[in-house]
Design a binder for this molecule. Structure first.
Ligand code: GTR
Length: 350
């Protein structure tokens, strides 16, 4: 039921130059061309039951995975058992950019994905990678729940997806193996892993560092081998992926809140009857606050655990020099995001 429509898959080559990336893309296209994917799950309405796969990069007990599972449980309940969603954690179905491509082509029906790599498929999603944009989680959520936030989610339609909702991403901060980062100038000359996002590449460049886009699953060994000097992420990722073991300096500058997004393949969505679409949407709407609660609870305990593991935590109280040093990123990428940036500004105060 999924057509191999010529949607852009090429953005990835920006980051994955070389044989592996080309093979992955070619492999995906071959799959799609022969109508691959879990066709068992793609039937159209009529009361028959469907099973969808949902790709998740994090481990079983991570807050986004708990959100996925709540979504799956509610989807089954609200569809009277017609829709079953199998959550595949730990990047079992592939690293994030591969998962996005597979959902785009329909070989996987769903994913919970970071908006950062999504920005390479749907440029407006790059908004969330703009540095020091949101003051805190409440500011982010005022935006996500606003008409603008919903409109932005709707932009994924044009790239072969349907956006079902947002999950909380926390805030990303730097961590390094050798020298701690205390001021923007400390990033100079450091090799820092970024997500597959041009905005994030420009962010590290603006600070004088050397940005290295890389799959999440490769970061630990790259920090360990010295290929990287540092990376950046929120507390639950830094802890659960054990990056703290090989990069013990954590600098809480909270530079980005890259929304987590729940996606379904557009054709799979279109193939559902209205009742099942409503069931899925209701499930996603209710899974979001559940995930946010889990998130908030975990961030605090994770910070304590990290301290207990001997991580040195540097709090950054004055963001002004960081904002100043990275202004060029907002100027370059913000120009295309005018209406969304205006909404973010309007929602800065509750
Ligand atoms: C996490 C995010 C993941 C993944 C990861 C990364 O915060 O939840 O989806 O994008 O960061 O840095 O690759």
């Amino acid at each position: 039921m999924n057509t191999a429509s010529p949607r852009p898959v090429a953005r990835r080559s920006l980051f994955k130059a070389g044989a592996f990336g080309a093979a992955a893309v070619a492999g995906g296209l071959a799959l799609s061309a022969c109508g691959g994917g879990s066709l068992a799950g793609s039937g159209g309405g009529g009361g028959e039951s469907k099973t969808f796969k949902l790709a998740e990069t994090h481990p079983d007990d991570y807050p986004t995975t708990l959100g996925d599972k709540k979504f799956a449980e509610l989807a089954e309940k609200y569809s009277d058992g017609r829709i079953k969603i199998q959550v595949y954690p730990n990047a079992q179905l592939g690293e994030e950019s591969d998962a996005i491509e597979q959902v785009q082509m329909g070989s996987i029906e769903m994913t919970r994905i970071s908006s950062a790599p999504m920005g390479e498929f749907v440029p407006a999603m790059g908004l969330f990678s703009l540095p020091y944009l949101f003051d805190d989680a409440d500011h982010l959520w005022r935006f996500l729940e606003s008409e603008s936030g919903k409109k932005l989610l709707g932009e994924v339609d044009g790239a072969g997806f349907k956006g079902l909702g947002y999950f909380d991403p926390g805030a990303r901060s730097f961590y390094t193996s050798k020298k701690p980062i205390k001021a923007p100038t400390d990033v100079k000359g450091l090799k820092i892993r970024v997500q597959e996002s041009q905005v994030q590449i420009d962010f590290i460049k603006a600070l004088g560092g050397s940005p290295t886009p890389m799959d999440y699953g490769e970061v630990y060994s790259s920090l360990q081998s010295g290929l990287l000097d540092g990376a950046e992420n929120n507390e639950p990722s830094y802890l659960s992926a054990s990056h703290y073991e090989v990069a013990k300096n954590y600098t809480l500058d909270r530079h980005m809140r890259v929304a987590e997004v729940l996606l379904i393949n557009k054709d799979t969505w279109a193939g559902l009857d209205t009742k099942d679409q409503e069931a899925l949407q209701k499930a996603a709407d209710e899974a979001a606050p559940f995930q946010r609660e889990k998130w908030d609870a975990q961030v605090e305990t994770d910070l304590e655990k990290l301290r207990g593991e001997g991580v040195t935590i540097n709090e950054i109280s004055d963001l002004a020099p960081w904002r100043e040093a990275t202004k060029s990123v907002i100027d370059k990428h913000g120009a295309k995001l005018g209406e969304y940036l205006d909404a973010v500004e309007e929602l800065r105060t509750a």
